[in-house]
Design a protein around this ligand. Structure first.
Ligand SMILES: [Zn+2]
Length: 254
């Protein structure tokens, strides 16, 4: 059993490293398979021993071996997030692990691109909607096809209407279009109930982190904080702990 978890952790780490590459190349419009990893600053090809997840980043002191320019802390962050979330996922949801692992991978890529570029690629949101519908149809997800379809529509339009209302009240664009696509994906994998709880948990995590950020960075900061990562973390929490979360919300609501 210990052997299983060691192998599982190592494979998740490698997968997390691949998700970093996917995120980078989706935004910079490069092929995901061809050519090998290179430094984004000096374009030097990265040797295999400098490309070991987390370990190389630490050993190199977060710098490229050749040009000494900084390597983003997002690399080890994404790799560790993949490991933690996949271990929890396999522990709590072994039955639906394959479908949810695909879902989590799309969410992790989204977290990276939204944090780094304030962008969410449709390749990991809208493009995966039909995949989620198929997975629900073949009972590889714990929701029916109808629930998945309703979830997609509800996810897209609930945030669309919130954004319209926000714009009407403040004349500011608070929520990006990528967020509608993301919540459509979330609805496709978790249904209407998932959309509801994701918005609830996402706003909650978002508020706490934003307030903490404003306190640490100073009051006058007009920071643009992306909403996508909070939605992604919210829905991951919902998938992992839906029973406890539903009970807790019911308890506080009644
Ligand atoms: Zn370099």
């Amino acid at each position: 059993m210990i052997d299983f978890w060691i192998v599982f952790t190592l494979l998740s780490l490698i997968w997390g490293s691949f998700l970093n590459v996917v995120a980078y190349r989706l935004i910079n419009e490069k092929s995901i398979v061809a050519p090998r990893s290179f430094c984004p600053h000096c374009k030097t090809t990265i040797a295999w021993y400098d490309n070991i997840p987390v370990v190389s980043w630490l050993l190199l002191g977060a710098k490229c071996r050749h040009c000494k320019k900084g390597i983003s802390a997002l690399y080890p962050f994404i790799e560790l997030l993949t490991v933690f979330s996949f271990v929890l996922l396999y522990y709590f949801e072994p039955t639906f692990f394959p479908a949810y692992a695909l879902f989590f991978s799309a969410l992790i890529v989204t977290i990276r691109t939204d944090l780094e570029y304030m962008l969410i690629s449709r390749m990991v949101t809208l493009a995966l909607l039909p995949v989620a519908w198929l997975l629900s149809y073949f009972q590889l997800l714990p929701i029916t096809l109808t629930q998945s379809l309703i979830g997609s529509l509800l996810g897209f339009f609930s945030l669309f209407f919130i954004a319209q209302t926000f714009y009407f009240l403040t004349k500011k664009h608070g929520i990006g279009e990528g967020d509608f696509d993301l919540l459509a994906l979330i609805g496709a994998f978790t249904g209407a109930k998932g959309v509801f709880f994701t918005l609830l948990i996402g706003s909650w995590i978002g508020s706490i982190i934003s307030i903490a950020y404003i306190i640490i960075a100073g009051k006058n900061v007009q920071a643009k904080i992306p909403f996508g990562p909070f939605l992604a973390l919210g829905t991951m929490s919902y998938v992992l702990w839906h029973n406890s979360i539903e009970q807790a919300v019911m308890y506080f609501a009644l």
